[in-house]
Design a protein around this ligand. Structure first.
Ligand code: PGA
Length: 253
């Protein structure tokens, strides 16, 4: 048994206006009020962070952002700084999601700069890694994961990474309804932990939470969570509906 505290995180992506986000968050706060021994996070779009923050304050639900820019401030039209997120009482920041890597030219280098900014501002990074279908078919899964972790975490000491969360999200399983089998997911998580161990030592590798993401639903969460190296989930589609997301949070029942 690990003593890692499970984390169920909802990535709302580009869904929900402010009023929709406030309504969903309000329902969720009530639905998960009794959830214990588990952390719950939702990452609404930037525009909804401040109003949702007012709703979740003092509840079991923490706030996350889906991205940030690494500079402190300046002439960077359209970007959001770490301090702006801190001002909304954001706790977590998702970095390097495959959609950002795929559609917005996020690279290992920009991911690394963003993680630095997140840590420097005492926010918790959720670093997303994962292979494409083509990479899995050509048996490159492990080399891709190794590269994404090493590049993303380049230049850090184990002390810097105490709060780090990793999300393993096979790109072919995101929004497709295809979930990695529990064995495939466990194998990847175990591999990620071994990469962390080699780079940062056993203590840190054992304490870091590694979430699975990719078509997580109420009907597959329990079997995923039964795997020894799976410490939670990063949920996209199924996090948009509060009832469905709450069922995932309450996977033990
Ligand atoms: P999904 O998305 O649950 O809709 O597959 C997961 C994610 O992209 O984080």
């Amino acid at each position: 048994m690990s003593n890692r505290r499970p984390l169920i995180a909802g990535n709302w992506k580009m869904f929900k206006t402010c009023s929709e986000a406030v309504e969903t968050a309000g329902q969720l706060v009530k639905l998960v009020a009794m959830a214990s021994d588990i952390d719950v996070m939702i990452a609404p779009p930037f525009t909804a962070l401040a109003p949702v923050s007012d709703i979740v304050r003092g509840s079991r639900v923490s706030l996350g952002a889906q991205n940030l820019f690494w500079e402190t401030e300046g002439a960077y039209t359209g970007e959001i700084s770490p301090a702006m997120l801190v001002s909304t009482e954001c706790k977590y920041v998702i970095i390097g999601h495959s959609e950002r890597r795929q559609y917005f030219d996020e690279t290992g280098e920009t991911v690394n700069k963003k993680i630095k900014a997140v840590i420097k501002n005492n926010l918790i990074p959720v670093l997303c890694v994962g292979e494409s279908e083509k990479e899995r078919e050509s048996k490159e899964t492990f080399s891709v994961l190794d590269k994404q972790i090493k590049k993303g975490l380049e230049g850090f000491s184990s002390d810097d990474l105490e709060t780090l969360v990793i999300a393993y999200e096979p790109v072919w399983a995101i929004g497709t309804g295809k979930t990695a089998s529990t064995d495939q997911a466990q194998e990847a998580h175990q591999f990620l932990r071994s990469v962390l161990e080699k780079s940062f030592g056993n203590m840190l590798a054992k304490s870091i939470r590694i979430l699975y993401g990719g078509s997580v639903k109420p009907n597959n969460i329990a079997e995923l969570m039964a795997m020894p190296d799976i410490d939670g989930a990063l949920v996209g589609g199924a996090s948009l509906d509060p009832e469905t997301f709450s069922k995932i949070v309450h996977f033990k029942k």
